[in-house]
Design a protein around this ligand. Structure first.
Ligand code: VG1
Ligand code: CO
Length: 621
């Protein structure tokens, strides 16, 4: 492959029309099968003759692009969950599995959304991404896509994909990631498609894709060589081109527009302030040094687990108190840093810690919202509106009320925020699952959340002289609780339960709510309402049902039950527990202690142990 100065090449190549030809059949069918990822591209190459590359360094010689039409059969179970299609990587490596889904996606889009269009491609660097990238590029070219922008080495965080789609006015993009799920040959892989606003495809599209996976009969695969992902530049194949881009620069530029980097730098470069960022060997490893060290003056040793690895260093790249143990140990050690943060596999989640202090994600979004206008230039005229997912605590509701802002409660999953942002009624939103973000893009954004916190801390300390005591993370949180009250919150996850028992439990709870009525008593609590959350999008009127069984009590306490839509094996039961405490003298309890009666109630009401056989959760946050 030859890289080129685009202008000259484009004019030379523009006379070649993109045509498709029907190619080989039985032989190429098996070409998509693979038992080992290292064989994958070799196998593709072995049956699909690459177009001849020019020996010149200025451009790749173009013939009309040849497209092979490969017969295929539908594969069951390719329904997307909360966030894209996620399975064990071995499933994705089965014959035609990924190819079918990608082709089904093109079969689902209106032609004007992809013919000659610009698309973005990147991922979190996990095992199988590079092979998958080659296949996605070939199928996209086979379907008439005009150009792909691809992160160097296939690396782009989820927020960076969203940012690039918006900045470059692309028609959409693919994210190769199973997010916080572990990676490697035995673990998970995933794919997500985002639309032209940079927003995860809505259910109307993903349902269509699923429908098409059940009737698919052929895959269109362009006959082009594997693209060299290792260096920045443009390659041209007929009317189709691929541009390899630096994963960081567009995203970094956006962050510099949103935040006051000199304010943050004034904090981060102080000798009396230390931060630790744990990239969990995931995608933010590529972003952390250029942003925190090079731009903001943090010391290089403040980046932890900073090299992205295909298996995340055998870790589970989920930034919570259980899986980000390295960071937690550092932050709770004697004389630990002042600020700690971690991000997940694909860089859209965040965990915020102070010295020996954990900020719940539900509090984090509320505190960012309450302080955004004074600390973050992007919000200098104030946020337009606030929103949270249904199971997220009500801390944000109180900020919306005080600031007199429009407020929305949506189902779990970032895709539900995008319409509100596009309509100009939502600026800052979050989920209890360590997701926080704003309308600067259409995904949650881990590094954004870290920069937001650093901005708030920097603003509070901007007049502090060296040696003066700084306002700390815990000071900021406690002050917030004193003003708004504290929403105690915890989530219990029971991962990889038997699906049958978990489904029966949810059925049982649905039956229970249908028989419940206001005023029923549950232990010391009186029922306000019990339902299965249903959401009608105020912008397009679309309806999402069965989004979580909730029991809301008259004192505002809630217990909520959901099954995860992101797992790859069995069923994961999530229980969310929340209780509001206005009394400042009761704000210093451990959440597990404060919530004990409600947690016990949730376990009794759901008969969780009977249905799942589980004594204890696998993760508590
Ligand atoms: C989980 C979280 C949800 C989040 C989703 C995607 O979904 O609960 O809040 O939006 O993951 O996050 P579920 O269905 O498993 O509860 V990510 O960072 O994995 O893309
Ligand atoms: Co993620």
């Amino acid at each position: 492959m030859a890289h080129t100065a685009t202008g000259a090449t484009t004019s030379l190549l523009s006379i070649h029309r993109l045509t498709t030809t029907t190619g080989s059949t039985a032989n190429s069918f098996s070409s998509l099968r693979t038992s080992s990822p290292s064989l994958f591209s070799t196998r593709l190459r072995s049956v699909i003759r690459p177009i001849r590359a020019s020996s010149s360094t200025t451009f790749t010689e173009s013939k009309d692009l040849k497209v092979n039409t490969i017969p295929t059969k539908p594969i069951e179970g390719q329904k997307t969950g909360t966030s894209g299609l996620r399975k064990k990587v071995k499933v994705f490596m089965q014959e035609n599995y990924l190819a079918n889904w990608i082709q089904a996606l093109f079969n689902s889009l209106p032609a004007e959304d992809y013919k000659d269009a610009l698309l973005v491609l990147g991922g979190d660097g996990r095992y199988f991404n590079k092979e998958a990238a080659q296949l996605i590029i070939k199928i996209a070219a086979g379907n008439g896509v005009g150009k792909f922008l691809v992160g160097k080495e296939g690396i782009l965080s989820t927020p960076a994909v969203s940012a690039i789609i918006r900045k470059r006015k692309a028609n959409g993009g693919f994210i190769m990631s199973a997010s916080h799920n572990p990676g490697g040959p035995e673990y998970d892989w995933g794919i997500k498609f985002n639309y032209s606003s940079g927003q995860p495809a809505p259910e109307s599209i993903t349902d269509k894709i699923y429908g098409n996976t059940l009737s698919i009969s052929e895959i269109k695969l362009a006959d082009i060589p594997d693209v060299d992902l290792s260096s920045v530049g443009v390659s041209q194949y007929g009317n189709f081109s691929v541009e390899i881009v630096d994963p960081v620069s567009d995203y970094l530029n956006l962050m510099e527009e949103v935040f006051d980097f000199s304010l943050i730098k004034s904090l981060v470069s102080r000798p009396d302030f230390r931060l630790t960022f744990d990239a969990m060997h995931a995608v933010t490893g590529a972003y952390a040094s250029p942003i925190f060290v090079d731009k903001l003056g943090a010391s290089p040793d403040s980046i932890y687990n900073g090299v992205p690895l295909e298996d995340f260093g055998h870790g589970h790249p989920d930034p919570n108190l259980t899986y980000a143990k390295d960071l937690v140990n550092i932050m709770y050690s004697d004389n630990g840093p002042d600020f700690g943060a971690a991000s997940d596999g694909d860089g859209d989640r965040n965990m915020i810690l102070g010295r020996q202090f954990f900020v719940t994600p539900s509090d984090s979004v509320a505190i960012i919202a309450a302080n955004a206008q004074e600390s973050i230039p992007y919000f200098k005229t104030g946020p337009k509106g606030l929103a949270r997912s249904m199971p997220t605590s009500g801390a944000l509701d109180r900020v919306a009320e005080k600031l007199n802002l429009p407020f929305f409660e949506v189902p779990t999953g970032w895709k539900f925020f995008g319409n509100l942002m596009d309509a100009g009624t939502l600026s800052i939103c979050g989920e209890e699952s360590f997701g926080t973000g704003s309308d600067h893009i259409r995904e949650k954004d881990g590094i954004w959340a870290v920069l937001a916190w650093l901005s708030i801390i920097a603003y509070r300390n901007k007049d502090k002289k060296p040696g003066e005591k700084l306002v700390s993370v815990s000071d900021i949180v406690k002050e917030h609780w004193a003003t708004y009250g504290r929403n105690y919150f915890s989530r219990y996850d029971y991962e990889e339960c038997e699906s049958e028992g978990a489904n029966e439990m949810i059925d049982y709870l649905r039956d229970l709510i249908s028989k419940s009525k206001q005023g029923d008593t549950y232990g010391d609590y009186t029922l306000q309402l019990a339902d299965d959350f249903k959401y009608t999008d105020p912008v397009d009127g679309s309806v999402a049902t069965k989004q979580g069984v909730r029991f809301v009590f008259t004192d505002g306490s809630r217990i909520i039950f959901r099954l995860s839509g992101t797992g790859s094996a069995g069923a994961t039961v999530r229980i969310y527990i929340e209780q509001f405490e206005p009394d400042v003298s009761k704000h210093d309890l451990d959440a597990q202690v404060a919530l004990k009666p409600l947690i016990d109630l949730a376990l009794t009401v759901s008969k969780l142990k009977d249905f799942t056989g589980r004594e204890k959760p696998t993760v508590i946050t």
